[in-house]
Design a protein around this ligand. Structure first.
Ligand code: ATP
Length: 477
């Protein structure tokens, strides 16, 4: 499976989905650029999320807040004081690791060799040490367990230090006036500080939600596994403002709604699971992750958090502005509780890429060959239909262009007349195009075309007037 992941990564690069950032300078660690098909796939995912939040729910509206926020925001949210990862350096390799990740990976190894109980005990011990901020204890644990550096193979470790994950920069040109501000490490706070603006100007009544898609930045120590953990990434977050005491009902509601969303986009149930948090973040009274089985194991793609009134209360305290809502139904003023769903656009992207990537052996004997294709749900496929004239003459290109014109206002289409038809099909398989439409001489006579289906490679003959309906039905979600 490690090999499969390598193939997914090189496929993503070779076929225009994801490139290392500034690659001509050998790249920048944990930063990536999205190519022509990647940006389509990501936009499709973001649009579908946006639509299912804001259009399908009368009481959810969107915003687009700035990346830069007043520095006090991060004091109130707790990020200045506790958005830290414990890190440790190996003195021989000079490599830096997250101390908690080293222990967790060691525990996973124990589990793999039938020592699950030992592994579990280890993870629990780690949680206790981190809880009590006993960093010396964490180092001792690593040494006692004889956890070695994957690179140098030694256990020559430095002390463990807390490392804040926020990127900072300066605003203002004159040194004396300049003040430190942060690149937001989550989009959520842009929603919290606008809670009353939105409530008043969009005349919202509790319960209601605010949705946002935007960039977030974290100076991740362990930046590995391709776009799974990036330093610059995109979040799709929705904060749902509710009456205190009703959080568990809404927790249940959103937990199920979000799972359904991933299933509806074609991720099989067997590859998704919930993971309840044993250790709760400073802001939450209940939290779980939705996890997907990546080639490197089950990992978080989305968090569902019951954040109570933690954020609004702290903003009220620091800003000295009331963050209350008057609830006409019960005639009371209160600071609302918040239920949050937070999913990474890039991680969702990676999930779909891993899920879609298919290597298949087709044919027998001399005709035996390997076929690689991306079996994306048509709703997220970067290109919905490719239109091919089978030859470059006899007016077939013109006819094919007519079909392109007919479809391109509704669907992302491509036109291709180079190479053999077989090669053109293969090329579309590799980027996950669900439909290839071939225009031949018969088309000139009766306006029918051949549709070739990506997953089955089966072909059918249809009238061109049916194309919009057929593709439209397949890409609906
Ligand atoms: P992790 O434990 O993997 O670091 P987290 O629990 O810190 O994630 P949250 O703060 O809950 O993550 O963020 C919500 C979502 O944002 C995650 O489920 C993930 O999809 C996405 N996300 C968080 N950090 C990153 C990152 N460095 N790169 C890409 N996506 C990320």
């Amino acid at each position: 499976t490690e090999n499969i992941f390598k193939n997914v990564i090189s496929h993503a690069k070779e076929y225009g989905f994801v490139y290392p950032s500034s690659e001509i300078y050998d790249g920048l660690q944990a930063v990536y650029d999205f190519g022509p098909y990647g940006v389509e796939l990501k936009n499709n995912l973001k649009n579908l999320w946006w639509q299912s939040m804001t259009r399908l729910n009368d009481n959810i509206v969107g915003i687009d807040a700035a990346i830069f926020m007043h520095p006090l925001t991060w004091k109130a949210s707790g990020h200045i004081d506790s958005f830290n990862d414990p890190m440790i350096d190996n003195k021989d390799s000079k490599k830096r690791y997250r101390a908690d990740v080293l222990v967790e990976e060691h525990a996973a190894k124990l589990e793999n060799v039938g020592k699950a109980a030992e592994g579990k005990a280890l993870v629990e011990k780690l949680a206790r040490l981190l809880e009590s901020e006993d960093l010396t204890g964490v180092r001792q644990l690593i040494i006692d367990e004889n956890i070695t550096c994957p690179l140098s193979g030694t256990s020559n470790w430095t002390e463990v230090r807390q490392f804040n994950l926020m990127f900072s920069t300066q605003v203002g040109s004159v040194a004396e006036d300049a003040s430190t501000i942060y690149l937001r490490p989550e989009t959520a706070q842009g929603i919290f500080v606008n809670f009353l603006n939105v409530q008043k100007t969009a005349r919202m009544k509790i319960p209601f939600g605010i949705a946002q898609i935007g960039k977030a930045f974290r100076n991740e120590i362990v930046a590995r596994q391709f776009i799974f953990r990036m330093r610059e990434f995109e979040q799709m977050e929705m904060q749902y403002f509710i009456r205190p005491g009703e959080e568990m009902n809404w927790y249940q509601h959103w937990k199920e709604a979000r799972m359904k969303w991933h299933l509806a986009l074609g991720i099989p149930q067997s590859k998704l699971r919930y993971h309840d948090h044993e250790k709760l973040a400073h802001y939450a009274n209940a939290a779980l992750d939705i996890e997907f089985e990546f080639p490197f194991g089950f990992k978080e793609i989305e968090g569902i958090h019951s954040r109570t009134d933690f954020d609004l209360k702290n903003h009220q305290e620091l800003s000295k502005k009331k963050q209350q809502y008057f609830d006409p139904e019960i005639n009371q003023n209160y600071i609302p509780y918040v239920l949050e769903t937070s999913v990474g656009a890039d991680r969702t992207f990676l999930m779909h890429l891993c899920n879609a990537y298919t290597e298949e052996v087709v044919g027998e004997g001399e005709n035996r060959k390997e076929r690689v294709y991306l079996k994306f749900h048509p709703a997220i496929a970067p290109v919905k239909a490719a239109i091919f004239p089978i030859t470059k003459k006899d007016g077939l290109p013109e006819k094919a262009q007519e079909i392109v014109k007919m479809l391109k206002f509704d669907f992302n289409t491509v036109y291709e007349e180079r190479d053999s038809i077989g090669k053109r099909y293969t090329r579309q398989d590799l980027i996950g195009t669900p439909f290839c439409i071939a225009v031949d001489h018969q088309t000139l006579e009766d306006n029918t075309v051949t549709i070739r289906h990506r997953d089955t490679t089966e072909q059918e003959r249809v009238h061109i007037n049916e194309l919009k309906g057929k593709i439209g039905e397949a890409v609906s979600f």
